[in-house]
Ligand binder design. Structure first.
Ligand code: GRF
Length: 217
């Protein structure tokens, strides 16, 4: 059983999807705790109601000292025996100290097909740009925002009459399927990073099922 922490700042619908998946019999991971930097995050109440351990680590008392905050977060994660951290709408930028400490054990979900449309207000930007497809990406986290080896993506069409809200809803539906699927793959030990590319054994095209070192030319 892989011990997982979910970091949230708000609504927590991805957290909810991850928790529900881990509650299914035979799922290879468990949620050790849900941590929020925002004491008012709506997701915290849902987690508590569903008997998931929660913690609040408010960033405000730490002011500009990001590393002090991250050291406290790191200690909290280690105290809970966490082996994998899932960011799910966690609205804090993490420094390279933290992303290196948790290298390849820290994943994020982003509501676009990265590397297109990193950052905020993504759905507006996708529509304004006239992109025909959007989607979501689960990736390992590196210090650069919305950057790091891609584990999986799901694509959705952008329709002519979409606004940010309708597109967000279509993407979110896919986020809720993709993130638990990726969590299962990681917990089963099927996800490996080699030279900043991710390889998943037993899934997808034949070459992705090989040992990455064997596929190297
Ligand atoms: C999601 O769209 C996620 O991709 C992004 O932030 C949003 C969080 O939503 N990183 P929720 O809190 O999981 O409902």
């Amino acid at each position: 059983m892989l011990n997982v922490a979910i970091l949230i700042s708000g609504r927590g619908s991805n957290m909810e999807a991850l928790v529900r998946a881990t509650q299914k019999p035979g799922f290879p991971a468990r949620i050790a705790c849900v941590i929020s930097n925002n004491p008012d995050a709506a997701g915290l109440a849902w987690a508590k109601e569903n008997s998931i351990e929660t913690a609040v680590l408010d960033h405000r008392p730490y002011g500009q000292d990001r590393q002090k905050y991250e050291q406290a977060l790191d200690a909290l994660l280690k105290n809970h025996g966490v082996q994998l951290v899932c960011l799910a709408g966690f609205m804090r930028l993490l420094t390279s100290w933290f992303t290196e400490e948790w290298r390849d054990r820290l994943v994020n979900i982003h509501p676009s097909l990265l590397p297109a449309f990193p950052g905020l207000h993504i759905h507006e930007k996708v529509i304004d740009y006239g992109a025909r497809f959007s989607g979501c990406t689960v990736h390992f986290v590196r210090a650069e925002m919305d950057h790091g080896p891609i584990i999986a993506q799901a694509a959705v069409p952008v329709l002519g009459d979409d606004d940010a809200e309708t597109l967000a809803a279509r993407v979110l539906e896919n986020e809720h399927k993709l993130y638990p699927q990726v969590l299962a793959w990681i917990a089963e030990g099927r996800v490996n990073v080699y030279q900043e590319r991710t390889f998943i054994t037993g899934v997808g095209a034949p070459e992705s099922q090989m040992n990455p070192q064997e596929t190297e030319k």
